[in-house]
Design a protein around this ligand. Structure first.
Ligand SMILES: Nc1ncnc2c1ncn2[C@@H]1O[C@H](COP(=O)(O)OP(=O)(O)OP(=O)(O)O)[C@@H](O)[C@H]1O
Length: 620
């Protein structure tokens, strides 16, 4: 097919796609848009419905400017303090990321502005600025819960919703009092961001109903931002094999499910252009919003005590997860919350931080009677994944059991499947897993009969999945699905105060398990353990404690028995002697039941030297 014929064909298809809510953009080799249907324009803000209208123009001295910006410096054209000075706002306290609500007169040093700003993360309620300003009834508002910014002037509301950030602005004509400019979707492609308007950038007119720009033949980059997706499209134009199939990508700062296809000349394979297919992600957005709402709710409940009262965390909740540092308490609290609903939950944390323990606890607290199936994804050979997860029917492949086999999902029906090391699932299986999570249906290997499953997924990983998504080894859509509720377990080095508890608990359990008499660590051994930073976290701690308990015959375990840190390798004779001295001091004190005078006499030491040494070795 010729290039023109292709374009004619795509135009025809694009109208049909409008009917089924599918956006399509076709870009030729010169990176110019040849087709862009109404849906694509609507999704990306090139076209929008405006209930009001205004003429083209530019901001001028004396105009009244109202701002509702949910994150200063982001998606507002890089709003900075110089821009705000044009409204007579000279406030060094306003910083990037703040919510800013303001009203002021453009380039008039005499009239005081009214404004407020807040640091975003402290917010639970909408922030509002209400003023009777120079005879205008003004209200500017940011509602993070509903993700809407609204500017009301004399009861006329100008709303703009946002996904992550937006800078909403309305300009009232200082001479005539009518609305001269209002912000609307797609502002950045028109260079009508808040800061650009304040810097004097002219704005286009907006019609009363549907406002549209003709994009045919115009450069793609005039309307779509430079983004990883744009880069992929351009690379595809150069003939690079690019795979974007129903994955979530951002277009003009909003996420969509996108697919890139190339149009090629049949005989030569020469690339004519690329097609971008765009679908809305409403359901995913809802999931992400729900997650954010929950997290925000958690962040706003205040201190631990109020939290516990407000949410009734049972005293014995998550007992298997040892720790009473504030971070451990928080982890247990989140686990408890996760157990009270069936959101897919992602547990992250370094190796050995207790992710499996927590997964089991979440299940046990929520539905103890239901099945719990634990799958270690890095122990399954890639070729076996599908049959292990979804099962197979008899005769599905050579070596298959004649009666077939249930997969892990079927076994977990009605309960929980714990996918440990989810980052190790091959990409081909990730697609299938996504399908199962979305449709709650599995297909066994060798069968096309759908089997319904009702399974709650808890996944765990010690990888940085966001990084894996960026590198293309983990699907973004799957990441969104499993990451509805995330619990990050902090490493042991960030919760020192849990160490004592863990050490004692592990030692006690070890002695019981192996029939050893009860033992205690000497204070120098404890010191060594506290100073070490435990790269292997609790698992390493367990190994070290168990080994020391087995090796040491006495009921006091000294640092020599520890296979970590300085316990292993004293660096000098002085250190070795000091350690020996501390050990003798301690064992004498224990033998004398803590009676210092008796220990002092037994050791034949003078009072001052004895107390000096106790101080030196922290045994006072
Ligand atoms: N908070 C804790 N309280 C008690 N034991 C713990 C705790 N955290 C970890 N452990 C113990 O440490 C060991 C490792 O824990 P677990 O297997 O749950 O870690 P993980 O984060 O899943 O590790 P990996 O990423 O390597 O799979 C287990 O034996 C577990 O009992």
């Amino acid at each position: 097919m010729e290039q023109q014929e292709i374009i004619r064909h795509i135009r025809l298809v694009s109208r049909m796609m409008d009917q089924i809510n599918y956006g399509i953009v076709y870009v030729d080799r010169e990176k110019r848009i040849q087709v862009c249907n109404d849906k694509a324009k609507g999704f990306t803000g090139i076209m929008f419905d405006a209930p009001f209208s205004h003429d083209e123009g530019v901001i001028s001295e004396g105009d009244i400017v109202i701002i509702a910006d949910n994150s200063v410096g982001e998606d507002d054209g890089g709003l900075c303090s110089e821009d705000l000075q044009s409204l007579n706002i000279h406030d060094g306290g306003i910083s990037q990321g703040d919510i800013l609500l303001a009203v002021g007169v453009y380039r008039n040093a005499e009239i005081e502005p009214a404004y407020k700003y807040v640091h975003q993360h402290h917010l639970a309620m909408p922030v509002r600025l209400q003023e009777n300003y120079l005879g205008f009834k003004i209200c500017a508002e940011v509602d993070t819960e509903r993700r809407i910014t609204a500017i009301t002037v004399n009861d006329v509301v100008h709303e703009l919703e946002f996904f992550s950030s937006v800078g909403n602005i309305v300009v009232v004509d200082g001479k005539y009092g009518n609305i001269k400019f209002f912000q609307a979707k797609g502002y950045s492609v028109r260079n009508e961001d808040l800061a650009n308007i304040l810097r004097g950038q002219p704005f286009q007119s907006k019609g009363g109903t549907s406002y549209e720009i003709d994009v045919t033949g115009r450069p793609y980059l005039d309307f779509f931002d430079e983004s990883p997706l744009t880069e992929k499209m351009f690379r595809a134009l150069e003939g690079e094999p690019i795979s974007v199939r129903n994955t979530i990508q951002e277009i003009n700062k909003r996420p969509f499910i996108c697919t890139i296809l190339t149009a090629e000349e049949e005989e030569t394979g020469r690339i004519f252009g690329v097609m971008l297919l765009i679908q809305a992600v409403d359901s995913l957005e809802a999931l992400v919003e729900e997650k954010n709402r929950l997290i925000e709710q958690l962040e706003n409940v205040g201190n631990k005590e109020t939290r516990r009262q407000d949410f009734h965390v049972p005293e014995e909740a998550v007992r298997s997860f040892v720790g009473n540092s504030s971070k451990a308490e928080e982890t247990k609290y989140l686990a408890y919350k996760a157990s009270q609903n069936r959101f897919n939950t992602l547990i992250t944390g370094e190796s050995g931080t207790g992710k499996s323990i927590l997964a089991r606890a979440i299940h046990r607290m929520g539905m103890p009677e239901a099945p719990f199936v634990e799958v270690n994804c890095n122990a399954i050979a890639p070729s076996l994944f599908e049959s292990e997860l979804f099962g197979y029917v008899g005769g599905a492949f050579t070596g298959a059991r004649s009666e077939g086999k249930k997969g892990f999902f079927e076994e977990a029906d009605g309960g929980t499947i714990f996918l440990d090391e989810i980052g190790d699932i091959p990409l081909t299986i990730q697609v299938k897993l996504l399908h199962v999570l979305q449709n709650k249906i599995i297909y066994k290997v060798g069968s096309s009969k759908p089997v319904k499953v009702d399974v709650r997924v808890i996944a765990a990983t010690n990888q940085n999945l966001e990084e894996e998504v960026r590198r293309g080894t983990f699907r973004q859509d799957l990441y969104y699905r499993i990451n509805v509720f995330q619990i990050q377990i902090p490493p042991l080095r960030e919760r020192q105060s849990d160490l004592y508890l863990l050490i004692n608990q592990i030692l006690e359990t070890t002695c019981r398990r192996y029939g050893l008499p009860p033992k205690k660590f000497s204070s120098d051994a404890l010191k060594v353990m506290l100073a070490y930073n435990w790269p292997g976290n609790v698992r390493e701690l367990e190994n070290v404690v168990e080994r020391a308990a087995m090796l040491c015959d006495s009921n006091i375990i000294y640092s020599e028995y520890l296979s970590v840190g300085s316990g292993d390798t004293p660096t000098s004779m002085k250190e070795l002697l000091a350690r020996e001295e501390a050990r003798i001091l301690e064992s004498t004190l224990i033998r004398c039941n803590g009676d210092k005078n008796r220990a002092m006499k037994e050791l034949g030491m003078s009072r001052s030297v004895f107390y000096d040494r106790l101080k030196q070795y922290g045994q006072e």
